[in-house]
Unconditional design. Sequence first.
Length: 430
Amino acid sequence: MSDNKAELTIDGKTVELPILTGTEGERAIDITSLRNETGLTAYDPAFGNTASCSSAITYIDGDKGILRYRGIPLEAFAAYPNFVEVTWLLIFGQLPNRAEYERFSRQLTENANLDEDMKHHFAGFPRSAPPMAILSAMISTLSCFHPQLLELDTPDQFEQAAGRLISKIRTLAAYTYRHSRGLPYIYPDPKLPYVSNFLHMMFSEPYSTYMCEPEVLNALNLVLILHADHEQNCSTSTVRMVGSSRANLFASCAAGVSALWGRLHGGANVKVIEMLESIHGGKQTAREYIEAAKDKSSGIKLMGFGHRVYKNFDPRATILRSVSEQLLNKLGVTDPLLEIARNLEDIALHDDYFLERKLYPNVDFYSGIILRAIGIPTNMFTVLFAIGRLPGWISHWHEQNSDPKMRIARPRQVYTGNPLSEYVPVEDRI
Ligand code: SDX
């Protein structure tokens, strides 16, 4: 196999396949000609060995625990956490200059309201409805109120659609929460920046305005930044798959919400808190939980641990652990779940089962501690993950849809069903 070609010999015939090399030296065998040249397809369920695309948005090195947005290391955003500028960076490829930042911020402020008729849709949901079900439905419903943004033929139309989704997802999330509690909706306040406005819509009352410490705003900006993109994860791949059929941006992101809901993906942040609460409630000790997680027959996993790509510490988990400790100290809050999380991490990281499988804390292990400290209810945690991940979904949809060579995604399969069979009329069936 030469540096830039791989040879594959099948049934005595040898074919050459190009080898692609990425910016950071990662290599891939280009099999786009495989079926034409050999009649065979490649088999890779769950795509653990398959690069579905090339992308310039996010770089992850799972062995070194590296995560960069458009080349900038994640850690660089911790000092000045500003979710809006990271949103622009991911979607448009570079940090915004002052004029771009002010234009985009104004667009987010001016588009935070929902059409009043959308309230009828909220009223139709039971108060106990899962927030992610409402969010997915209401993002799709947004397209009914913005028909002029279903087809995005110009950069300005795309920027408008992106701005409306990024702005209104806060309002959708806040109204979902308010509806679940039977509380009046709180309109966005145009004087407030992005994250402050979200917390205002969540927690203010008609007679009192929610105020919070600057540390809370910094912490939530950083939590959203840490969730903003993660290359070809399940929900982002879903957005790309749906977008490849030329489905509009709203429908593609609504599909991403549904994929993120899964407990092995974005839903894990809820399951982590439920795990910590079950230990706190005395149902079992941390050690007993760890032993159950190692026992395949238990069906239990150590939630917030492990990752398809990271075989080292998830850099986001490292930052989130530090932010959770700092925020609780600043707020003078003690959360017994944080101590339990630290204890679980310590036990796992000294246990061969986890070390041999390279299972480390992931983004979901500590995020819930921070959201609890801010007052976000547990059933809204994955909605917060979606608010953070929306810029990533939009950036990947845009990157794919801007590619003139884009084709509809349509994987193949290996058929293992019945051979040719006859139709048997019902009267002859046993
Ligand atoms: C996210 O892809 C992304 O980038 C996702 C994400 C993003 O930003 O978009 O990072 C966000 O989804 C984080 C992951 C959140 N999910 C969880 O915390 C759920 C718990 N974790 C596991 O379910 C699991 O680790 C996954 C789903 C995260 C990864 O699954 P993989 O890559 O399919 O790994 P695997 O199931 O093949 O595990 C390999 C081995 C198996 O044991 P063996 O068969 O080798 O004996 O490790 C074991 C697994 O049983 N294992 C675990 C475990 N995770 C893996 N055992 C106990 N507890 C766990 N958490």
